[in-house]
Design a protein around this ligand. Structure first.
Ligand SMILES: C[S@@+](CC[C@H](N)C(=O)[O-])C[C@H]1O[C@@H](n2cnc3c(N)ncnc32)[C@H](O)[C@@H]1O
Length: 284
């Protein structure tokens, strides 16, 4: 009997039918490509050419299983177990935030500011390790230390450093603890800290809210608490002429300005091409 349902095109239809209410067309296209890359090892071109090919029983099962998880709003990156950041591959799981493309701009800025220099860098709230690892890869002479309060995140970041062949010192510590003052000083502190207030929870999509770690997203008291703590740490953890680079929440521009002014007059707020606030750079 000629079976048509094992065709690639039938699986593509299945993704559309089951998921079009959750994801828009562009996201869905991307998800389908990632799914076929993961299960079949195909790139975009191969995927286009193979629309009429048949799939084996186990391949069909794998795609069906993925669709079921996607229907529960689980991000494709967690299902596949990896993602790309700054051209590098990172293992991700539910203990770490999925690296965002916006964060690549932060990495890019630091790389351009410190080309070829042997500086000491501290990444606070390292998650998957994406910032620390991309920096070390492009600033090989730098010494990079990364810390996170989550031991599972630290474990994942260590795997990612190994996977990308870079040496980084990882420390499992709370940025609000006093032990952090025992660290040696740094030229650069970088952080993409939690910055979402509980009030913003109801505006978030369930793929983020139900699946990404809340310790990576939400603040306890104020959206500024991590920024304030890290600015305070500048006194004991920054070398002379040191710099802090922050990823910022677009909603708090005036609050950041007021906060940063207390520590230095030499700070810049960087916006992206859509004039959305993205990065804060503080010179001491
Ligand atoms: C927004 S995520 C950023 C992760 C990663 N740097 C990135 O850009 O994808 C914030 C990270 O801060 C960590 N974190 C939360 N509270 C912390 C604390 N008190 N001390 C240290 N790290 C903390 C979380 O575990 C999470 O990995």
């Amino acid at each position: 009997v000629f079976v048509t349902t094992n065709k690639v095109s039938a699986i593509v239809d299945l993704f559309h039918q089951r998921l079009h209410t959750i994801y828009d067309e562009r996201e869905l296209q991307n998800i389908i490509l990632l799914a076929f890359h993961h299960v079949m090892g195909w790139d975009k071109m191969t995927f286009r050419q193979k629309q009429d090919s048949g799939l084996s029983e186990s391949e069909l099962l794998a795609f069906n299983f993925m669709v079921k998880r996607l229907q529960k709003h689980e991000p494709i990156q967690y299902i596949i177990g990896e993602t790309e950041f700054y051209g590098l591959s990172f293992q991700v799981n539910s203990s770490v935030l999925i690296p965002r493309p916006e964060t690549e701009e932060l990495v890019e800025l630091i790389i351009n500011d410190f080309k070829e220099k042997s500086i000491r860098i501290l990444d606070i709230g390292s998650g998957s390790g994406c910032i620390a690892i991309a920096l070390k890869k492009h600033l090989p002479q730098a010494t990079v230390v990364a810390l996170d309060v989550s031991s599972k995140a630290i474990e994942t970041a260590q795997n990612n450093a190994l996977k990308n062949g870079v040496e980084i010192e990882f420390i499992n510590i709370d940025v609000f603890s006093e032990d952090i003052l025992k660290l040696q000083s740094f030229d650069v502190i970088v952080s993409n800290p939690p910055y979402i207030s509980v009030g913003e929870k109801n505006q978030m999509r369930s793929n983020v809210l139900d699946h990404e770690p809340h310790v990576a997203l939400f603040v306890k008291h104020s959206p500024l608490e991590f920024y304030e703590r890290i600015c305070d740490l500048s006194k004991s953890l920054l070398l002379p002429n040191g710099k802090i680079y922050f990823e910022l929440n677009e909603h708090y521009e005036q609050d950041y300005a007021t906060l940063f002014q207390k520590y230095t007059s030499m700070y810049t707020l960087v916006k992206d091409i859509n004039s959305k606030l993205r990065i804060g750079k503080l010179n001491f």
